[in-house]
Design a protein around this ligand. Structure first.
Ligand code: PLP
Length: 341
């Protein structure tokens, strides 16, 4: 790939603002190993997922499956839907998002504001994650319809391709000096897509996948979880893009630890989303024992602004027993100490 890795000074499409996201050094260990965050909330819609949304639409157009005036249908927890909303608006497609109430309300409101039609798979107001039911409905709605595609993010190779530029951005920014990539695994597009491309440039790269406790891609037991947009809940198939050959280690982080990390990181001045909290928690745990001079990059899928009603709302957190002051204090202390190095 031979693309310019700087953005033009003036652009005329919002999608031209995708990518070139910054790297932020959150902290370093005593021996000089550092944890860098790839801040994907600096993409339009505040999430990495607009990268794959554009790639899926590009692929459908190239295959002749989507033509002017066509309709896009996707099952989404919100971030993919936000990305597809932008691309559909730019290119004149109709976009229907099949959603559930587990999604952050700000993501749902954002899609609507961008002109997207929302269809709730369960409309009784329950918060339950309904990935499998959402996907079934989206597939049914698209079946047999002319010029209509179900982008099927869990099974669409373009999802992974959409993240190839992340590899090039990292490689260029760090001059190839990246040892560990750590990121959330839902569809697997972000972590496995980035890894697939980055290993061509950095063959020794180690990749760590993080999913919520309760998710099943890295084994059981299955139970409900509140980290949104990530993981594979019971009943949903593991996405075709989750390539275990590209993930050296798969680990699980609980909601309490993930959200406590979001709240601790916020006190450094940065708002990160719930799944990124899980990723950063795992990265902080590993950092002190890495060999001297290691560079670990954590993919931050989205920012914390969308989680004011949940992760950053004490009432919501308390109602679900998600606050543990001792855990929060411990993470706060670890982070503070690592930031002094
Ligand atoms: C907030 C958030 N974190 C993590 C993920 C997982 O990313 P991927 O589906 O690329 O594995 C997503 C995907 O929707 C997400 O929205």
């Amino acid at each position: 790939m031979n693309e310019a890795l700087t953005r033009p000074a003036v652009v005329s499409r919002i999608s031209d603002l995708i990518g070139y996201t910054p790297l932020f050094e959150l902290c370093r260990s005593e021996n000089g190993s550092r944890l860098l965050l790839k801040l994907e909330m600096y993409n339009p819609t505040g999430t990495a997922k607009i990268r794959m949304a554009r790639a899926m639409v590009d692929a459908a157009e190239a295959a002749g499956e989507l033509r002017p005036g066509g309709r896009i249908i996707e099952s989404t927890s919100g971030n993919t839907g936000l990305g597809l909303s932008v691309i559909a608006a730019e290119r004149g497609y109709t976009f229907t998002a099949v959603v559930d109430n587990h999604a952050c309300s700000d993501k749902l409101r954002g899609m609507k504001a961008l002109g997207t039609e929302l269809i709730y798979v369960v409309d009784d107001g329950t918060e339950e994650l309904a990935t499998a039911a959402r996907e079934e409905l989206a597939e049914d709605m698209a079946r047999g319809q002319d010029n209509t595609i179900f982008t099927e993010q869990h099974n669409n190779p373009a999802n992974g391709v959409g993240y190839f530029p992340v590899a090039h951005e990292l490689h260029q920014a760090l001059d190839g000096r990246i040892d560990i990539l750590i990121g959330a695994v839902g569809t697997g597009g972000a972590l496995c897509g980035t890894t697939r491309e980055l290993r061509k440039l950095v063959p020794g790269l180690k990749t760590v996948g993080v999913e919520p406790k309760g998710s099943v891609a890295f084994g059981g037991p299955a139970h409900d979880y509140y980290q949104s947009g990530t993981g594979t809940p019971e009943g949903a198939g593991i996405g075709a893009l989750v390539d275990f050959d590209l993930i050296d280690e798969g680990v699980k982080v609980g909601d309490v630890e993930a959200f406590a990390t979001c709240r601790a990181v916020a006190r450094t001045g940065l708002l990160i989303g719930g799944s990124a909290g899980g990723v950063v928690h795992e990265a902080l745990t590993r950092l002190p024992s890495l060999p001297p001079g290691t560079t670990m990059v954590a993919l931050v899928n989205d920012g914390g602004e969308k989680y004011m009603d949940t992760v950053f709302n004490d009432d919501w957190m308390n109602d679900r027993n998600l606050i543990d002051p001792a855990t929060e204090r411990e993470i706060d202390e670890t982070l503070t100490k690592l930031r002094e190095n």
